[in-house]
Ligand binder design. Sequence first.
Ligand SMILES: *[C@@H]1O[C@H](CO)[C@@H](O)[C@H](O)[C@H]1NC(C)=O
Length: 272
Amino acid sequence: LTHPFPLASCLGYRMASFLHLFHIFFLISTSFFLVTQSKPPQRTAFNPRTAFNPNKLVLPIQKDQATHLFITNIHKRNPLKQVPFVVHLNGQFLWVACEQSYLSSTYHAPLCHSTQCARANTPYCHTCNSTPRPGCHNNTCGLMATNPMTHQAAMAELAQDVLSIQSTKGSKPGPLVRVPRFLFACIAGLGHAPISLPNQLASHFGFPPKFALCLPSSASNVPNGAIFFGDGPYLMLPGIDISSQLRFTPLTISPEGQYYITLTSIRINNKQ
Ligand SMILES: *[C@@H]1O[C@H](CO)[C@@H](O)[C@H](O)[C@H]1NC(C)=O
């Protein structure tokens, strides 16, 4: 997070059929402890035939005191490495600063017009006039990405690599599970787009494309919140079902795939 954000998003989406499945809710948490804190994650490969198939995944969130941004760590690459990401609710895809020393034996950039590019909904063929490295290849597919912090836009290479994430079993942490060919460009995007983090996790593991954000409060001494992927109930230690305390409001999704809440009025001191 020390580097300037090079880019992030402007993808199409074909998700109309998912609209009715999508519920998100926010919970400002001040006093809950995260399920996943109790024990370090076990590293287990996901095998659809033999292994445990999770129906719920969790990412811890921290608030960065210097920037007031919400940060999460995601395990990526081979060998696995914890990479910090900014949580961006309307991000269209997971966004990595690829010009940093990206070392991974499993990095792969799909060729343009491949099925992966169709999934990311990009017809654009990327070229790069430098020496080949992650983020720089010819005839791969490009994604137009805009950094939500700096509003700078740039072309990013669509890439594929291993992503690992903590599962949960009821109120207990489950094993770390793998998505071997996770598609990304570069910020932890939770947007309503085909290759956003919630949609890729839901389609890989076959659970409903739902997620819950529990943001840590800056006033709180508890620095951790969480993002849950999959259906509720969402349990936090010591066995508290936070989903029962949530309030719901309908969301509208813009043609750009961004979440909106429709306001009917604003009232301050009983004045409308
Ligand atoms: C892409 O092609 C151009 C022109 O042939 C070449 O100069 C450049 O080095 C190539 N880039 C990569 C990353 O191979």
